[in-house]
Ligand binder design. Structure first.
Ligand SMILES: [Zn+2]
Length: 314
């Protein structure tokens, strides 16, 4: 029972629209919202930096006199509401869109922004994953349907800087965590860091192992992220509200605990079904299990990663 779909949040659209739920994967009954009733909320973080929060991945906005930078692009169904929110921040056009990673809830709006004149920027891996998905002959209007304009045109190998609106924006290529193509964006003067899905604030993570994600990479990354932060740094997570470095520390502790419990089960020879049936995370569920990612799904993806690694070492 190996994960065969992309990370959950990226594959939501596929699961919902095509009923293409991977065999054996624990069911996640996440339904798409009524888009008309889904708000896009604006959080002003100062220095022209905003976080837009809605159903999909959080968007970072940097608004200046020479145009607007977006980091992530939400579901395309929210394009109108996102552009309306951006226009309340700045009358300037969206000139650049950086994709933190390839999942649809972060890149779905790319094609629409590109049509309106934005330049798409991503890591090499993210671009490759989008290109590969587009080769699957997905019907028009569904995620990753063929659309040359929705393919990033600038790729970041080791990082880059943008100089916009009197601000310095550092784009950082981080080691494999949520995927192996994650970009993290640092708005230097505003003291804001946008993590993409390498960090969710307030609930269990998703890890896209079929695209290079790894739980140990996630856990290790939180040390780096913590070091990058000062006491007043605000973090725009992939999902959830604005966070601080203390939230990162707490999250790392939770994930380490999850990993340790699953590793013990693997070492003891438990099957994945036995592990899930034993409810080993019930005490953590109260704080972390109340959102998109539920205990059985997290256990399954961590178990399969650790089991596979054990197999390689034997
Ligand atoms: Zn993701």
């Amino acid at each position: 029972m190996k994960p065969s779909t992309p990370g959950l949040l990226g594959s939501l659209a596929l699961a919902c629209l095509f009923s293409a739920v991977a065999a054996g994967r624990p069911p996640e009954n996440i339904e798409l919202p009524d888009w008309n009733k889904t708000p896009v909320e604006d959080h002003d973080l100062g220095h022209g930096v905003h976080m837009l929060e809605s159903f999909g991945g959080n968007i970072g906005v940097l608004a200046g006199e020479n145009g607007v930078l977006l980091v992530d692009a939400e579901w395309p169904q929210l394009y109108g509401k996102v552009t309306a929110a951006v226009s309340r921040i700045s009358p300037q056009p969206v000139r650049y869109v950086i994709d933190t990673h390839w999942h649809w809830d972060h890149t779905g709006g790319d094609g629409l922004f590109a049509r309106a004149g934005a330049v798409l920027i991503s890591s090499e891996q993210t671009r490759r994953y989008i290109v590969a998905e587009q080769k699957n002959d997905n019907p028009a209007g569904t995620p990753y349907a063929r659309d040359p304009l929705a393919i990033p045109v600038i790729t970041v190998a080791d990082g880059m800087k943008l100089h916009l609106a009197g601000q310095t924006v550092e784009v950082i290529r981080v080691p494999p965590a949520h995927t192996d193509g994650d970009l993290v964006v640092r708005y230097i003067e505003a003291d804001v860091i946008q993590t993409g899905d390498t960090f969710f604030h307030g609930f269990y993570p998703d890890i896209d192992q079929p695209h290079g994600g790894t739980i140990d990479g996630m856990i290790a990354w939180y040390d780096t992220l913590y070091e990058m932060c000062g006491p007043n740094t605000r973090i725009i997570p992939g999902h959830g509200p604005v966070a601080s470095r203390e939230d990162v520390r707490e999250y790392q502790g939770m994930l380490r605990e999850v990993r340790n419990r699953v590793a013990k089960a693997v070492a003891a020879g438990m099957t994945e079904d036995q592990l899930i049936a034993s409810h080993p995370l019930d005490d953590l569920d109260a704080k972390w299990g109340g959102n998109l990612i539920k205990q059985p799904y997290l256990l399954a993806i961590v178990y399969e990663e650790l089991k596979e690694r054990q197999g390689r070492h034997n």
